[in-house]
Design a protein around this ligand. Sequence first.
Ligand code: SAM
Length: 231
Amino acid sequence: MDEHHLSQRLSRVAAYVQPGSRVADIGADHAYLASALVLEKKSDYVVAGEVVKGPYQNAVDEVQAQGLTGQVHVRLADGLAAIGPADRVDTLTIAGMGGSLITQILDSGQDKLAGVKRLILQPNVGEERLRQWLVNHRFQINAEEILAEDGHTYEIIVAEPTIIPIQYDERELVFGPLLIERQGTVFEQKWQEVYQREAVALTQMKAATTPPVDKIRQFEHRLALIKEVIG
Ligand code: SAM
Protein backbone atom coordinates (compact mmCIF):
# COMPACT_ATOMS: atom_id res chain seq x y z
CA MET A 1 0.00 0.00 0.00
CA ASP A 2 1.03 3.60 -0.61
CA GLU A 3 -0.64 6.92 -1.38
CA HIS A 4 -1.23 5.82 -4.97
CA HIS A 5 -2.73 2.47 -3.95
CA LEU A 6 -4.70 2.67 -0.74
CA SER A 7 -6.05 -0.45 0.96
CA GLN A 8 -9.75 -1.01 0.32
CA ARG A 9 -10.38 0.04 3.93
CA LEU A 10 -8.65 3.41 3.53
CA SER A 11 -10.02 4.03 0.06
CA ARG A 12 -13.54 3.61 1.45
CA VAL A 13 -12.67 6.10 4.22
CA ALA A 14 -11.42 8.50 1.51
CA ALA A 15 -14.65 8.01 -0.44
CA TYR A 16 -16.60 9.80 2.32
CA VAL A 17 -14.43 12.93 2.14
CA GLN A 18 -16.33 15.52 0.16
CA PRO A 19 -14.42 17.38 -2.56
CA GLY A 20 -13.07 20.71 -1.34
CA SER A 21 -12.89 19.64 2.31
CA ARG A 22 -10.22 20.79 4.76
CA VAL A 23 -9.24 17.59 6.47
CA ALA A 24 -7.38 16.39 9.54
CA ASP A 25 -6.32 12.75 9.56
CA ILE A 26 -5.41 11.79 13.12
CA GLY A 27 -3.14 8.78 13.55
CA ALA A 28 -1.82 9.35 10.05
CA ASP A 29 1.06 6.85 10.22
CA HIS A 30 2.73 7.14 6.75
CA ALA A 31 0.25 9.85 5.69
CA TYR A 32 -0.95 7.62 2.86
CA LEU A 33 -4.58 8.66 3.33
CA ALA A 34 -3.68 12.35 3.76
CA SER A 35 -1.54 12.30 0.61
CA ALA A 36 -4.08 10.32 -1.41
CA LEU A 37 -6.77 12.91 -0.62
CA VAL A 38 -4.58 15.58 -2.21
CA LEU A 39 -3.48 13.40 -5.13
CA GLU A 40 -7.14 12.51 -5.83
CA LYS A 41 -7.95 16.24 -5.67
CA LYS A 42 -10.41 15.76 -2.85
CA SER A 43 -8.59 18.31 -0.71
CA ASP A 44 -5.77 20.78 -0.97
CA TYR A 45 -5.37 21.16 2.79
CA VAL A 46 -4.81 18.13 5.01
CA VAL A 47 -3.30 18.02 8.48
CA ALA A 48 -1.70 14.64 9.16
CA GLY A 49 -1.46 14.24 12.95
CA GLU A 50 0.70 11.54 14.48
CA VAL A 51 1.71 11.09 18.12
CA VAL A 52 4.61 8.63 17.71
CA LYS A 53 7.95 9.92 16.40
CA GLY A 54 8.74 6.98 14.06
CA PRO A 55 5.48 7.13 12.06
CA TYR A 56 5.61 10.95 12.21
CA GLN A 57 9.03 10.91 10.54
CA ASN A 58 7.76 8.38 7.97
CA ALA A 59 4.92 10.76 7.18
CA VAL A 60 7.27 13.74 6.85
CA ASP A 61 9.54 11.76 4.49
CA GLU A 62 6.64 10.42 2.44
CA VAL A 63 5.00 13.82 2.01
CA GLN A 64 8.33 15.36 1.01
CA ALA A 65 9.04 12.56 -1.49
CA GLN A 66 5.65 13.14 -3.10
CA GLY A 67 6.16 16.91 -3.28
CA LEU A 68 3.07 17.53 -1.16
CA THR A 69 4.53 19.68 1.65
CA GLY A 70 2.38 22.65 0.57
CA GLN A 71 -0.84 20.68 0.99
CA VAL A 72 -0.18 18.00 3.61
CA HIS A 73 0.88 19.45 6.94
CA VAL A 74 2.42 16.74 9.10
CA ARG A 75 2.33 17.43 12.84
CA LEU A 76 3.68 15.54 15.84
CA ALA A 77 0.82 15.82 18.33
CA ASP A 78 -1.52 13.86 20.55
CA GLY A 79 -4.98 13.58 18.99
CA LEU A 80 -6.74 16.81 18.11
CA ALA A 81 -3.89 18.90 19.54
CA ALA A 82 -2.63 18.61 15.94
CA ILE A 83 -5.17 21.19 14.77
CA GLY A 84 -5.98 24.78 15.61
CA PRO A 85 -8.56 27.38 14.49
CA ALA A 86 -6.29 28.62 11.68
CA ASP A 87 -6.52 25.20 9.98
CA ARG A 88 -10.30 25.62 9.52
CA VAL A 89 -10.68 21.85 9.43
CA ASP A 90 -14.20 20.74 8.49
CA THR A 91 -13.61 16.99 8.13
CA LEU A 92 -11.92 14.64 10.53
CA THR A 93 -10.75 11.14 9.66
CA ILE A 94 -9.57 8.72 12.34
CA ALA A 95 -8.93 5.20 11.10
CA GLY A 96 -7.29 1.94 12.07
CA MET A 97 -7.55 2.19 15.87
CA GLY A 98 -9.80 0.78 18.55
CA GLY A 99 -13.13 2.51 19.15
CA SER A 100 -12.12 3.39 22.71
CA LEU A 101 -8.99 5.22 21.52
CA ILE A 102 -10.99 7.08 18.85
CA THR A 103 -13.56 7.99 21.53
CA GLN A 104 -10.78 9.21 23.83
CA ILE A 105 -9.27 11.36 21.05
CA LEU A 106 -12.65 12.94 20.28
CA ASP A 107 -13.50 13.42 23.92
CA SER A 108 -10.28 15.12 24.91
CA GLY A 109 -10.34 17.35 21.82
CA GLN A 110 -13.95 18.51 22.04
CA ASP A 111 -12.94 22.18 21.86
CA LYS A 112 -11.54 21.47 18.35
CA LEU A 113 -14.80 20.04 17.02
CA ALA A 114 -16.75 23.30 16.72
CA GLY A 115 -16.14 23.81 12.98
CA VAL A 116 -16.10 20.12 12.07
CA LYS A 117 -18.97 19.15 9.80
CA ARG A 118 -18.11 15.50 9.21
CA LEU A 119 -16.40 12.76 11.19
CA ILE A 120 -15.23 9.72 9.22
CA LEU A 121 -14.27 7.06 11.73
CA GLN A 122 -13.00 3.56 11.18
CA PRO A 123 -12.74 1.70 14.47
CA ASN A 124 -11.18 -1.76 14.36
CA VAL A 125 -13.17 -2.83 17.42
CA GLY A 126 -15.33 -1.13 20.08
CA GLU A 127 -17.89 0.39 17.70
CA GLU A 128 -20.68 0.40 20.30
CA ARG A 129 -18.80 2.68 22.66
CA LEU A 130 -17.94 5.05 19.84
CA ARG A 131 -21.58 5.24 18.69
CA GLN A 132 -22.61 5.99 22.27
CA TRP A 133 -20.13 8.87 22.39
CA LEU A 134 -21.52 10.23 19.11
CA VAL A 135 -25.08 10.13 20.47
CA ASN A 136 -24.03 11.81 23.71
CA HIS A 137 -22.31 14.60 21.79
CA ARG A 138 -25.06 15.21 19.23
CA PHE A 139 -23.53 13.61 16.19
CA GLN A 140 -25.90 11.77 13.89
CA ILE A 141 -24.69 8.74 11.95
CA ASN A 142 -25.40 9.45 8.28
CA ALA A 143 -23.53 6.60 6.64
CA GLU A 144 -22.10 3.26 7.71
CA GLU A 145 -20.22 0.61 5.88
CA ILE A 146 -18.80 -2.79 6.71
CA LEU A 147 -16.10 -4.47 4.65
CA ALA A 148 -13.78 -7.44 4.82
CA GLU A 149 -10.13 -7.23 3.84
CA ASP A 150 -7.19 -9.57 4.56
CA GLY A 151 -9.23 -11.67 6.96
CA HIS A 152 -10.46 -8.71 9.04
CA THR A 153 -13.80 -6.98 9.18
CA TYR A 154 -13.87 -3.21 9.35
CA GLU A 155 -16.67 -0.76 10.00
CA ILE A 156 -16.72 2.84 8.82
CA ILE A 157 -18.96 5.31 10.64
CA VAL A 158 -19.70 8.73 9.14
CA ALA A 159 -21.30 11.23 11.51
CA GLU A 160 -22.34 14.85 11.32
CA PRO A 161 -23.34 17.33 14.01
CA THR A 162 -27.04 17.77 14.62
CA ILE A 163 -29.09 20.07 16.83
CA ILE A 164 -31.81 17.43 17.19
CA PRO A 165 -31.16 15.00 20.05
CA ILE A 166 -30.46 11.52 18.70
CA GLN A 167 -31.47 8.29 20.31
CA TYR A 168 -30.27 4.86 19.28
CA ASP A 169 -31.51 1.77 21.04
CA GLU A 170 -29.20 -1.03 22.19
CA ARG A 171 -29.42 -2.91 18.89
CA GLU A 172 -28.56 0.21 16.89
CA LEU A 173 -25.60 0.99 19.15
CA VAL A 174 -24.21 -2.55 18.91
CA PHE A 175 -24.85 -3.33 15.25
CA GLY A 176 -25.02 0.19 13.77
CA PRO A 177 -28.30 2.01 13.03
CA LEU A 178 -27.79 1.80 9.27
CA LEU A 179 -25.88 -1.50 9.08
CA ILE A 180 -28.64 -3.31 10.94
CA GLU A 181 -31.14 -2.21 8.32
CA ARG A 182 -29.01 -3.30 5.39
CA GLN A 183 -27.09 -6.24 6.87
CA GLY A 184 -25.50 -8.22 3.95
CA THR A 185 -22.90 -11.00 3.76
CA VAL A 186 -20.00 -9.33 5.58
CA PHE A 187 -22.31 -8.17 8.37
CA GLU A 188 -23.71 -11.69 8.80
CA GLN A 189 -20.23 -13.25 8.71
CA LYS A 190 -18.93 -10.85 11.34
CA TRP A 191 -21.78 -11.47 13.76
CA GLN A 192 -21.77 -15.26 13.18
CA GLU A 193 -18.10 -15.24 14.18
CA VAL A 194 -18.73 -13.06 17.23
CA TYR A 195 -21.61 -15.36 18.22
CA GLN A 196 -19.48 -18.49 17.96
CA ARG A 197 -16.57 -16.93 19.85
CA GLU A 198 -18.74 -15.63 22.66
CA ALA A 199 -20.74 -18.87 22.91
CA VAL A 200 -17.48 -20.75 23.54
CA ALA A 201 -16.46 -18.17 26.17
CA LEU A 202 -19.87 -18.52 27.83
CA THR A 203 -19.56 -22.32 28.03
CA GLN A 204 -16.13 -21.93 29.65
CA MET A 205 -17.46 -19.39 32.14
CA LYS A 206 -20.30 -21.68 33.14
CA ALA A 207 -17.85 -24.54 33.71
CA ALA A 208 -15.65 -22.48 36.05
CA THR A 209 -15.39 -23.47 39.72
CA THR A 210 -16.89 -20.10 40.66
CA PRO A 211 -18.95 -19.03 37.64
CA PRO A 212 -18.96 -15.21 37.17
CA VAL A 213 -22.72 -14.70 37.44
CA ASP A 214 -22.93 -11.09 36.18
CA LYS A 215 -20.62 -11.73 33.24
CA ILE A 216 -22.60 -14.84 32.30
CA ARG A 217 -25.80 -12.80 32.30
CA GLN A 218 -24.15 -10.14 30.09
CA PHE A 219 -22.96 -12.76 27.60
CA GLU A 220 -26.35 -14.49 27.52
CA HIS A 221 -28.05 -11.19 26.84
CA ARG A 222 -25.62 -10.33 24.05
CA LEU A 223 -25.88 -13.74 22.42
CA ALA A 224 -29.68 -13.49 22.47
CA LEU A 225 -29.40 -10.06 20.83
CA ILE A 226 -27.12 -11.37 18.06
CA LYS A 227 -29.42 -14.34 17.44
CA GLU A 228 -32.39 -12.03 17.20
CA VAL A 229 -30.63 -9.90 14.56
CA ILE A 230 -28.96 -12.52 12.35
CA GLY A 231 -31.33 -15.39 13.09
N1 SAM B 1 -4.71 5.69 10.14
C1 SAM B 1 -3.81 4.71 9.56
C2 SAM B 1 -4.59 3.59 8.95
O1 SAM B 1 -5.80 3.53 9.16
O2 SAM B 1 -4.00 2.75 8.26
C3 SAM B 1 -2.83 4.20 10.59
C4 SAM B 1 -3.42 3.28 11.61
S1 SAM B 1 -2.19 2.85 12.82
C5 SAM B 1 -2.66 1.27 13.30
C6 SAM B 1 -2.64 3.90 14.17
C7 SAM B 1 -1.77 5.13 14.22
O3 SAM B 1 -2.35 6.06 15.14
C8 SAM B 1 -0.37 4.83 14.73
O4 SAM B 1 0.59 5.37 13.86
C9 SAM B 1 -0.33 5.51 16.11
O5 SAM B 1 0.95 6.00 16.44
C10 SAM B 1 -1.32 6.65 15.91
N2 SAM B 1 -1.94 7.15 17.13
C11 SAM B 1 -2.37 6.45 18.20
N3 SAM B 1 -2.86 7.27 19.14
C12 SAM B 1 -2.77 8.52 18.65
C13 SAM B 1 -3.09 9.81 19.16
N4 SAM B 1 -3.62 9.96 20.37
N5 SAM B 1 -2.85 10.89 18.39
C14 SAM B 1 -2.30 10.74 17.16
N6 SAM B 1 -1.95 9.56 16.63
C15 SAM B 1 -2.18 8.46 17.36
